[in-house]
Design a protein around this ligand. Sequence first.
Ligand code: URP
Ligand code: ZN
Ligand code: ZN
Ligand code: ZN
Length: 466
Amino acid sequence: MNRTVIRGGLVITAADELHADVLVENGRVAALAAHGTDAAAGWSAEHEIDATGTYVIPGGVDAHTHMEMPFGGTQASDTFETGTRAAAWGGTTTIVDFAIQSKGGSLREGLDAWHAKADGRCAVDYAFHMIMSDVTAASLKEMDALVGEGVTSFKLFTAYPGVFLSDDGQILRAMQQAASNGGLVMTHAENGLAIDVLVEQALARGERDPRHHGEVRNALLEAEATHRVIKLAQVAGAPVYVVHVSAEEAVAELARARDQGLPVFGETCPQYLFLSTDNLAEPDFEGAKYVCSTPLRPREHQAALWRGLRTDDLQVVSTDHCPFCFKGQKELGRNDFSKIPNGMPGVENRMDLLHQAVVDGHISRRRWIEIACAAPARMFGLYPKKGTIAPGADADIVLYDPRAEQTLSAETHHMNVDYSPYEGKKITGRVRTVLSRGVPVIDGGRYTGRAGQGMYVPRATSQYLD
Ligand code: URP
Ligand code: ZN
Ligand code: ZN
Ligand code: ZN
């Protein structure tokens, strides 16, 4: 029996704040008891962790990452090893990454390929969604088997014609299949065909800078595709989860559908909450650092995203972590914004940025844990193993110092990327200790984990519909 007691902290879950000690046995939470009670005093353990002055929170669940993803003629610069280590540094103990079906290939081949990249290399636990880029009778049938073995969500794209785009009929069929097998369809909702027309026209006018990436990916084309996938889901009788929502008009589509009682869910990401088209317009090609899709929006959109997170029109904040180095990767699009690889780093920064949102008054402490831990775990069938601190849960626990000050910087971060989109940003709050299934992986400013300690987690179907 391996026992650890975490004493003296404020335990925060999505549901409660408790002045409680936590007993961990063999990698799982065994019990909670109020400070100073006989029950807590009676626990003996090999390891005692003093959590006085810290928040004791569930490890973060980042439900949207792309480690070593091939894209735009290059590959995301974090491997599963470096990316999950960076996640640990930032208090995230579970990632759900996207395995990719290649055109003409099967879902199985895509899943096998992603296991080959990740297995034995991760510092924290990991699971997979499946990107479907070739919806056929065969791949629709394969969805059932994947749901049965723990890959219970499928991303489909209305964007990237010729690469990932599925047409409306294919999306409808995938949603119908999900309605029958319990899977959850996730959508990248932007009208890719219309965007490609605007890209061509912008380039013909000589508009080549990164800021034009934001202009051609018009907010109305995000709203249109969001509306469309909601209606397709309604016709199919299926739930739908819209990833990386950035436009106020898209939030409005989600809100309207939810007001009708439809099982429609949305995610946004820190880059949309903290950055804007001002960053895309930074001179000397620096704007390329902020090229991702959906794109950053004018600052005015942020209020709608924060409101959505408070009112539950948006349920989850994940990172869409998909880093490309400025040198050699973002530079591929120096003379043509459409050739800049799409994606931004963030897996290490999400818990801190959202704590800053608590400090800034956008959300409450419990809402922080809800959108960063509990909701993604429930949305993707990981709860209550992940996303909370309760008897039986995995002891993925973060001791978070809410008063420590830090400055985000590429000099000090652990992601394998040569810039930080948040360079110089001051954060109040910092991770002190991170346990992954009871084992310290970050301890007093040191990485104490190892590649391969992270385990693959098969998922149940979404618990958000129960
Ligand atoms: O720009 C982004 N978001 N890159 C990652 C791929 C995707 O669409 O999520
Ligand atoms: Zn206390
Ligand atoms: Zn996407
Ligand atoms: Zn993504």
